[in-house]
Design a protein around this ligand. Structure first.
Ligand SMILES: [Zn+2]
Length: 228
C-alpha cells in the first residue's frame, strides 16, 4: 500500500488534538500529494482542562483550536460530533453515527485510534477505535442500517483502516518534510499545552524512532489493515 493511493481520507478521533499528535505529519503529507482529508472529532473535549473554565467554555475553546490546527494541516473539513468527553461507549448508536458518515463521505482510508493497545489508554480512544471499526462494517454491508439505504445513502466499502498509537505498527509514513507543520498544528492546542510549548525535541525523537523501524529519517507509525 502506497501513500499516493490514499485519496479520500477520514480521520476519526476522540478529542481535539488527537489527529495532530498521532498523524499530523502524515495528514500534511497526504494533502500535499492531493488527497482530501476530513477530520471528525467525536467528543467535545469538555473535560480537558485543569484551569477554571466551565465545561461549556473549554469545549468552545477546543473547537476553535481544532479548526486552527486543521487549517495549518490543510484539512478540507472538520466535523464535531460533540459527544461528552470521557463518556463515549462503543454503543450501537455511536457506531451508527460513524457508519452514516462513512457512507456519506465514502472514504478509501480511515485513520482512528488502535482500540487494542494494551494496559493503558484513554477510554474514549478505545471506544472510538472499536466503534469506528464496527461502523466501517455497518457502512459496508447494506443489510445494516436499511433506513440509510432507503434514503439513498448506500453501502460503501472502505479499503484501508490505519490505527494510531499501536504498540506493534506495520505501516510508516515519511514525515521528513512535514514534521514542522505537524508541530505547528499541535501548538494550536494552547488550552492543552500552554503558550510556551516546547516539545520539538520530543516530537523529533519519536519520529526518528519510528523512522528507524520504517526505513525513513522521520516517520509516523500506524497499524494498517487492508480490507478485502
Ligand atoms: Zn484523546
Amino acid at each position: 500500500m502506497k501513500n499516493e493511493e490514499f485519496k479520500n481520507i477520514l480521520i476519526i478521533m476522540a478529542h481535539p488534538d488527537d489527529a495532530e499528535l498521532g498523524s499530523g505529519g502524515s495528514i500534511a503529507r497526504w494533502i500535499s500529494e492531493g488527497a482530501t482529508v476530513r477530520t471528525i472529532i467525536c467528543t467535545n473535549g469538555d473535560k480537558g482542562t485543569k484551569e477554571d473554565y466551565s465545561t461549556h467554555e473549554i469545549a468552545k475553546i477546543r473547537e476553535k483550536e481544532q479548526l486552527e490546527a486543521s487549517a495549518i494541516l490543510g484539512v478540507q473539513e472538520t466535523l464535531f460530533l460533540r459527544n461528552r468527553d470521557g463518556e463515549l461507549e462503543d454503543s450501537r448508536a455511536f457506531r451508527n453515527q460513524i457508519a452514516f458518515l462513512i457512507r456519506h463521505f465514502q472514504p478509501d482510508t480511515i485513520v482512528t485510534h488502535d482500540p487494542w493497545r494494551p494496559h493503558y489508554q484513554h477510554p474514549d480512544h478505545q471506544a472510538v477505535g472499536h466503534a469506528t471499526f464496527k461502523g466501517l462494517i455497518y457502512a459496508r454491508d447494506h443489510h445494516f442500517l436499511p433506513e440509510l439505504t432507503y434514503a439513498n445513502i448506500n453501502a460503501h466499502h472502505t479499503d484501508n483502516i490505519l490505527y494510531t498509537g499501536s504498540t506493534d505498527p506495520n505501516f510508516f509514513v515519511d514525515i521528513s518534510e512535514t514534521i514542522e507543520t505537524k508541530i505547528q498544528s499541535i501548538k494550536c492546542h494552547v488550552s492543552q499545552i500552554g503558550e510556551q510549548y516546547n516539545a520539538k525535541e520530543r516530537h523529533y525523537k519519536r519520529a526518528e524512532e519510528n523512522g528507524k523501524k520504517g526505513g525513513y529519517k522521520l516517520a509516523e507509525a500506524f497499524t494498517i489493515k487492508t480490507m478485502s
